[in-house]
Design a protein. Structure first.
Length: 144
């Protein structure tokens, strides 16, 4: 069995930051799905109704985005080539969830503000960045 080259510090740094980033997404997903009153108190009543009204396929896409991102992050730390695939699945989930939220649903106005839209852009940038990073690490032979 061939041994992997020593992992550069940036792989560990990116991996740990990715786990923290995606763990928050997982936390948000779980708290929303179990309808935790304390967590949802930060949102308006219209927002809470909106979140609860997601059809099953949109919730599944959200789950794929969140859990794919967390799995990809953990696989990156494990130096697994499957990190790239998991981040790809995360992008598919994010795409479907974004289409639902911004094109197919009646999103409350307070979720359409400039800061909220900027957050969507940041989420996309991080998700794409992690996919590209995992691809580059696999191409360099740093993932097995």
């Amino acid at each position: 069995m061939a041994t992997l080259a020593r992992a550069p510090v940036h792989l560990w740094t990116v991996g740990v930051l990715a786990v923290l980033w995606n763990a928050y997404g997982a936390f948000d997903y779980v708290m929303s799905q179990i309808q935790d009153a304390a967590y949802l108190a930060q949102f308006s009543e219209a927002d809470r109704i909106y979140f609860a009204s997601f059809p099953g396929w949109a919730v599944a896409a959200w789950a794929l985005g969140v859990w794919g991102g967390l799995a990809g992050s953990l696989l990156l730390l494990a130096r697994s080539r499957h990190a790239e695939f998991a981040f790809g699945l995360s992008l598919v989930g994010l795409l479907v969830a974004t289409i639902y939220q911004h094109a197919l649903s009646a999103m409350p106005a307070d979720l359409k503000t400039a800061p909220m839209l900027a957050m969507t852009v940041v989420i996309w940038a991080v998700a794409i960045g992690l996919f590209v990073y995992a691809h580059q690490m696999r191409a360099r032979g740093l993932l097995r």
